[in-house]
Design a protein around this ligand. Structure first.
Ligand code: NAD
Length: 435
């Protein structure tokens, strides 16, 4: 479903009217394409508090030029890890206040913070302050610019995260706080095809977001397995053929789904993307168990069951990745979606609890993407007024595309993202819901 308002707002009369009437003014977002894989412009590296020498070499590998001061910066990175008290926060203001206006359209602002120090409440206050600061700046900056906070200890472990956030691949990720641990990243052999030699299984990949995820992981070199219900077998085969992968017709709610996946893929898998999902909306007072149960079964119970089975069988190999699909409905709640909201919040709980154990015991990371309003068949079926509200109620004032969720999944699936574990990353343009 085309977003006509977005196109109109970009015309001269559209610009005039939206400004005069105080209407949302979405900017067309710069997304990744093979022809234009990077942001256009330089990188401004700023520091608040004592500077750390580990960041500059990492930023130098993002493809953005820190010495390019010719035009508007495409990205600003503020290293605020050294801020330990309220006085230090003045340095955050002093660094960004003069440059925010000059950031290029569809540019990036990334603030780097430190983990909160449980033994120093002044440091914790100052570092937590960065969260409110970042989220507020994201809501006011406009022009398709994203603002995110990354909490990290050492910059090398955060390289894949910084590369993602400082690229057009993260166009619809804003207002997020991402925590990066200390694991040393495995550097992929082939920078352009980081998943070469790896197998990725994507559930619900015959169409929509799942199809885009399969396509993006295949672009990154993975051999993809397109799993979907037997009724969607033709579509799944078409997608698999186009991507040089294989189709696996299977209802993921089958009690033995995990065993059947393990049988079908005796060489194991490296990436497991739990994307299959359904809605059966009704207010709770009108919701019979027949509408409750299938949503909990597809969106949550089958995710738990197959995860357990594939980890126990060793089908998911060491160095592997699990990316589950949550939703902002599971964070903010949504009228008519008690079943769906419960199932998606359950996914978040699964991720947070399993992540440390899965990494320690199996060498596998577990993260979730939480899409906001994404332009798919699912959202095209939403009544017009609610659809328009869903599209505009975020800092970027537009819906996301399946590719936005796919790129976020690809970053989490990247072999160098081992230090990103237990995260729930919203792909929602900084939705005002549940923010
Ligand atoms: P979609 O309906 O277009 O695609 C879902 C796919 O999952 C379909 O191909 C379907 O056949 C498959 N599927 C359903 N039940 C299955 C089962 N039992 N076994 C195997 N496959 C099954 O949906 P979408 O919009 O692409 O959404 C993908 C995921 O993203 C879902 O988990 C959804 O809840 C989540 N999500 C979507 C949005 C959005 O705005 N579209 C927002 C938040 C979260």
């Amino acid at each position: 479903m085309a977003d006509r308002y977005l196109s109109f707002a970009g015309t001269a009369p559209g610009r005039f009217l939206t400004r005069r009437l105080g209407l949302p003014r979405p900017a067309p977002l710069r997304r990744w394409s093979p022809e234009r894989p990077g942001l256009d412009g330089g990188l401004l590296h700023l520091t608040a508090g004592p500077s750390a020498p580990d960041l500059a070499p990492v930023l130098a590998r993002t493809g953005l030029d820190p010495d390019d001061t010719t035009g508007r910066p495409a990205a600003v990175v503020l290293d605020a890890r050294g801020v330990r008290d309220v006085e230090g926060l003045a340095g955050v203001h002093a660094a960004l206040h003069p440059v925010v206006r000059s950031v290029a359209t569809s540019g990036r602002i990334v603030v780097l913070g430190a983990p909160l120090d449980a033994g120093d409440h002044h440091q914790a206050a100052a570092q937590q302050a960065l969260e409110g600061f970042t989220r507020s700046l994201g809501k006011e900056v406009g022009r398709g610019i994203t603002v995110n906070l990354v909490r990290l200890t050492g910059a090398p472990a955060a390289e894949s995260t910084l590369r993602f956030l400082l690229s057009p691949k993260s166009a619809y990720v804003s207002g997020q706080v991402i925590e990066v641990g200390t694991h040393e990243p495995a550097v992929p052999d082939d920078g352009d095809r980081p998943l070469a030699g790896r197998t990725a299984l994507v559930t619900g990949a015959a169409r929509g977001i799942g199809e885009a995820v399969a396509e993006t992981l295949a672009r990154d070199g993975a051999r993809v397995v397109v799993l979907d219900v037997p009724q969607a077998e033709q579509d799944a085969r078409r997608v698999a053929e186009r991507l040089g992968g294989t189709a696996l017709p299977l209802d993921i709610t089958a009690a033995d789904a995990g065993a059947r996946i393990a049988d079908a893929l005796p060489d194991g898998i490296d990436v497991l993307v739990h994307n299959a999902g359904i809605t059966r909306d009704r207010r709770l007072v009108n919701m019979p168990a027949e509408r409750w149960t299938p949503v909990l079964e597809v969106n949550l119970a089958s995710v738990l069951r197959t995860t357990d089975a594939l980890l126990a069988a060793g089908t998911l190999k060491r160095g592997g990745r699990i990316v589950a699909t949550a939703s902002i409905a599971g964070i903010a709640g949504n009228a008519g979606q008690t079943n769906y909201g419960a199932s998606k919040a359950g996914v978040t709980g699964l991720v947070r609890s399993l992540a440390p154990r899965a990494l320690a015991e199996h060498g596998v990371t577990v993260n979730a993407v939480a899409p906001g309003f994404i332009e798919t068949r699912m959202t095209a079926a939403v009544p017009l007024f609610i659809r328009e509200a869903g599209r505009r109620m975020n800092s970027l004032a537009q819906g996301g595309l399946p590719a936005d969720v796919a790129e976020t999944t690809a970053w989490l699936a990247h072999p160098a993202s081992t230090a990103v574990n237990g995260q729930v990353v919203r792909v929602c343009g900084q939705s005002l819901l549940g923010a």
